[in-house]
Design a protein around this ligand. Structure first.
Ligand SMILES: [Zn+2]
Length: 335
């Protein structure tokens, strides 16, 4: 079984909507490497993709990316796959080793609150990684989905990030995400206290709905050491709001490959929240009135982003900033 099949309909969407929009050089600011041998069966067996592709490092990411973004040069910010069972030390070592093969890619270590300050520093030194990837599954909260930032990333991580000018890639917790005042207050407090840390708010600050974007994005947009990646968001209106209220030089393109960006389906706002509607088996998907199967989340994401960019009237240089220059300036800054 192949991990990725490109259908004629996918090619049509790429050729007619996306090919002209996506520049030749892409910095993908949100990617994951994994090795299924470094996590439990239960954690990887639920992904058909991982069954077909048991390990993704630099070469595999590039091969897969080249299938959906033909003829593009690609570099990335990568971290391991955060799952409760992930072997952290071995995964970080793999990510570190993979990114050293490409001087234009960098990696982050998985940040678990159980690691002591000394262990964190040692792991950074050992792997050469450029920052932290916390996640809800590692949180100390009794309800991980309601995790505060410090329950995922204790304050000593922020101190280290400040001292070493590291990147923190945060997929926020709490149901209301950035519309939650607890998250808004913590981001402000921590980013002002630790100006050397570079905070990347994943998925447009986890704004998968326009309601969360409208309430949340303006509250932290002024913080100079906070940027967002665009990965996996499929709602056009979220990008309209983002481009209206967020400084454009602090927006980085990302896919969340692998796996999220390569799933077929989309993340859609539902009620007060959102839901990922996926179909990993395209032959099983049945839409009542059209014969078309779903396409990749990465394509739905680019479609939404392109509409917002178009309405904003961005030209080639703004688009190249989004796909490349902003990441170079923010992520590769030394000191
Ligand atoms: Zn991710």
């Amino acid at each position: 079984m192949k991990p990725l099949i490109i259908l004629e309909d996918d090619r049509f969407i790429w050729e007619t909507e996306l090919n002209e929009f996506v520049p030749n050089r892409i910095f993908d600011a949100h990617t994951h490497f994994y090795d299924t041998r470094l996590m439990s069966k239960a954690d990887h067996e639920k992904y058909a993709f991982m069954q077909a592709c048991p390990r993704v490092g630099l070469a595999e990411l590039r091969q897969l990316s080249a299938m959906i973004f033909p003829n593009r040069e690609l570099h990335s910010l990568a971290s391991g796959m955060p799952r409760r069972s992930t072997d952290l030390a071995a995964t970080d070592a793999m990510v570190g080793e993979q990114v050293t093969m490409d001087p234009l890619s960098i990696g982050l270590m998985l940040a678990h609150p159980r690691l002591s300050r000394a262990e964190v520093e040692k792991q950074l030194d050992r792997t050469g990684l450029h920052g932290f990837k916390p996640y809800m599954c590692f949180s100390t909260s009794p309800d991980p989905s309601q995790s505060t930032i410090l329950e995922m990333l204790p304050e000593y991580y922020w101190q280290i990030a400040n001292d070493r000018a590291l990147i923190i890639l945060l997929h926020m917790g709490r149901h209301a995400s950035l519309a939650d005042p607890v998250n808004q207050r913590d981001i402000r407090k921590l980013c002002e206290r630790y100006p050397g840390a570079r905070l990347q708010l994943a998925h447009c600050a986890r704004c998968f709905t326009s309601q969360i974007a409208e309430t949340g994005l303006p509250t932290v947009a002024d913080l100079p050491n906070v940027h967002v990646d665009t990965s996996a968001v499929c709602e056009t209106e979220v990008f309209h709001i983002l481009l209206d209220v967020w400084p454009r030089e602090r927006i980085l393109f990302g896919t969340d490959n692998c796996v999220a960006g390569l799933m077929r389906g989309k993340y859609a706002g539902f009620g007060k929240g959102w839901y990922g509607i996926f179909d990993s088996n395209t032959t099983a998907f049945q839409a009542p009135h059209v014969p078309f199967p779903p396409t990749f989340v990465a394509y739905e994401n680019l479609r939404a982003l392109r509409m917002a960019v178009r309405r904003k009237g961005w030209g080639k240089s703004e688009i190249e900033d989004l796909f490349w220059n902003n990441a170079q300036r923010i992520l590769f800054r030394v000191g």
